[in-house]
Design a binder for this molecule. Structure first.
Ligand code: SF4
Length: 442
């Protein structure tokens, strides 16, 4: 098999892995070396199905000893198999880099023979790149759960970012669909990476030339929609991962059916992209808006509202905390107002030192008044009094939801599918119905 055939197979096999964004590494070029990694890191592109893919995003091999039911590369699947040698992979990366096709490498792999054997091959490829070709570009490598901690350590000294995929949101689901994987084996390298990064940071303050361990941190990926966990369970897990292992990002991947299997959604089930989108929005609230998972979803409403983004949903559920006086409120409370983001909250706090702010100043600062007006008061504006919950909900319904289409909505609320299939009049009816739907959930 020639290199091009291998690349075709192994790049295609890697497309389901979405944990591929890069950030946080700033490393200039050096004499006698090639490549540089400048924050925000390597470039990306979007594949035809809308996923973010790095230009050289490959598996070392798709030959797998494991049989995870949700994975196209599972042992029992009949598909063309290939494996790069470390030298082939390093050569290919350098050739692509020299042609300006890529700025970095995202390297993952199936489990060839064993986690240790696979990790050793990955290390060899990265050692060739770093030490023989003097490649200083961005490298994101996948740590294989179950590999020896010493190997993970070596991998972390070669890569900018490591990721360990948690894959499924619970140990029960892992046991059901990926019997070769164990929750403890997945969490162990995450814990190790967090600890060593911590030690490394301290070491670097004393000795600046100390080798850096995974300087761009670690991330993980979770498949959504293959198993029955609620959004609340997924979000609670995400919150725990951020707190315990200082993850940079948790990526969510809407499950794309790849196998006819009674344990999985049917082959014609569309990937739950709307749910994936809501998870990313809620994830943003955890990381930048100081929300907790318990505030976003609770036992009574364990799944996202398909029609409202999670922040608007929270605000509508907590109308008693509004209107917020933008000239007096704490920054933390400003962040809870739909239409005010971290940047505009910071600008408000700085600008109000000079004098009381009115709607015009807020608009200039970047506040989205279309949403914020229902939740604030300011100089010359005493709040959008007289608006009930229903009319606020009607104004805040996420129209992108309807663009997502009948198929997506039918995953949340099957009764909407016929309305959306009926064209424009159906769309209006669906929006009206959506507001009643939101009201009923309150
Ligand atoms: S270990 Fe599981 S998820 Fe990873 S490539 Fe093999 S079958 Fe797929």
């Amino acid at each position: 098999m020639d290199l091009m055939e291998k690349l075709t197979i192994l790049a295609d096999s890697a497309k389901y892995d979405v944990a591929c964004t890069s950030s946080g590494v700033d490393r200039g070029g050096a004499a006698g070396s090639i490549g540089s990694a400048v924050a925000p890191g390597c470039c990306h592109t979007f594949s035809a199905d809308g996923r973010c893919v790095s230009l050289l995003k490959v598996l070392l091999t798709n030959v797998c000893a494991y049989d995870c039911a949700y994975c196209v590369n599972r042992r029992s699947n009949d598909l063309p198999r290939a494996a790069f040698t470390p030298r082939e992979l390093a050569e290919l990366t350098i050739q692509f880099y020299r042609r300006n096709y890529i700025e970095g490498l995202f390297l993952s792999s199936a489990v060839l023979v064993s986690p240790d054997h696979t990790t050793e091959l990955m290390i060899k490829a990265l050692e060739l790149l770093r030490n023989e070709y003097h490649f200083r570009g961005y490298i994101h490598a996948k740590a294989i759960p179950g590999a020896d901690p010493a190997l993970i350590h070596r991998l972390g000294l070669l890569a900018d970012r490591l990721s360990v995929n948690i894959e499924l949101p619970s140990a029960a689901s892992l046991g059901h669909l990926a019997p070769d994987k164990k929750k403890a084996a997945i969490l162990a390298p995450m814990r190790q990476i967090a600890r060593v990064r911590d030690e490394n940071r301290q070491e670097l303050t004393v000795y600046r030339a100390a080798p850096k361990f995974a300087p761009a941190g670690q991330s993980t990926q979770m498949i959504v929609g293959a198993t029955p966990e609620t959004d609340r369970q997924i979000l609670k897990l995400t919150e725990g991962l951020y707190h315990k292992y200082q993850l940079k990002r948790v990526f969510y991947s809407a499950y794309i059916p790849v196998a006819q299997d009674s344990r999985l959604p049917a082959l014609n089930t569309p990937p739950p992209l709307l749910r994936e989108h809501r998870l990313y929005q809620a994830d943003w609230l955890l990381r930048f808006y100081h929300f907790s998972a318990d505030e976003i979803l609770d036992d009574a409403s364990p799944n996202f509202d398909p029609f409202l983004d999670p922040k608007c949903n929270w605000a509508i559920q907590h109308l008693d905390q509004f209107p917020v006086d933008v000239n007096r409120a704490e920054q933390a409370m400003l962040l809870r107002v739909p239409g005010i983001g971290p940047k505009s909250a910071g600008r408000i706090v700085r600008a109000r030192r000079q004098g009381a702010l009115g709607l015009e100043e807020l608009r200039r600062i970047g506040v989205v008044l279309k949403r914020a007006q229902y939740f604030i008061c300011c100089r010359g504006f005493s709040g959008a009094a007289g608006f009930g919950r229903r009319s606020i909900a009607a104004a805040l319904v996420d129209s992108g939801v309807f663009a997502a289409g009948a198929q997506q909505l039918s995953l949340f609320a099957p009764e909407f599918a016929p309305m959306l299939s009926a064209g424009r009049p159906g769309l209006e009816a669906a929006k009206e119905e959506a507001v009643s739907w939101i009201e009923k959930r309150m």
